[in-house]
Write a protein that binds this ligand. Structure first.
Ligand code: SF4
Ligand code: SF4
Length: 127
């Protein structure tokens, strides 16, 4: 996949690693076959290939994440099943972590969303 990061953007270590990973992706979509969210929802943007495009677009263009983009990235279960079927060895784990980190920095979640996330984190640390 062709990338368009600027030299300034590539001074950031996360961008540097993500750029190398984006370049490995050949858009084949084989990863979609083992993605549970793609299997259930059938939307390209709810599969790994679509999420890779969304993350790349946000990072390269310094875009503020939209509600739509956040919805598709949030739906990723981070199960990494997609990585088992990628013939190019794309490290999706790094990309989704980078995308989620970028969203947390640049997106203002609603109070309801924040509360739900707080309770999930609180209860998952209790058990
Ligand atoms: S980590 Fe799991 S849910 Fe997320 S894109 Fe990959 S297979 Fe789909
Ligand atoms: S299987 Fe790998 S190379 Fe193909 S679209 Fe998915 S991430 Fe890209």
């Amino acid at each position: 996949m062709q990338t368009n990061f600027t030299e300034t953007q590539l001074k950031d270590k996360d961008n540097q690693s993500s750029e190398k990973i984006f370049k490995k992706c050949v858009h084949c979509g084989m990863c979609n076959a083992t993605c549970p969210t793609y299997g259930i929802l059938g939307d390209e943007l709810d599969g790994p290939r679509g999420r890779i495009y969304l993350i790349k677009d946000m990072l390269e263009n310094n875009k503020k994440p939209t509600e739509k983009v956040v919805k598709h990235i949030d739906r990723c279960l981070s199960c990494y099943s997609c990585m088992t079927t990628c013939p190019a060895g794309v490290n999706y784990m790094h990309l989704i972590d980078h995308g989620k980190k970028y969203i947390e920095k640049n997106y203002e979640r609603s109070t309801f969303d924040k509360l739900i996330r707080y309770f999930f984190i609180y209860y998952s640390s209790e058990y």
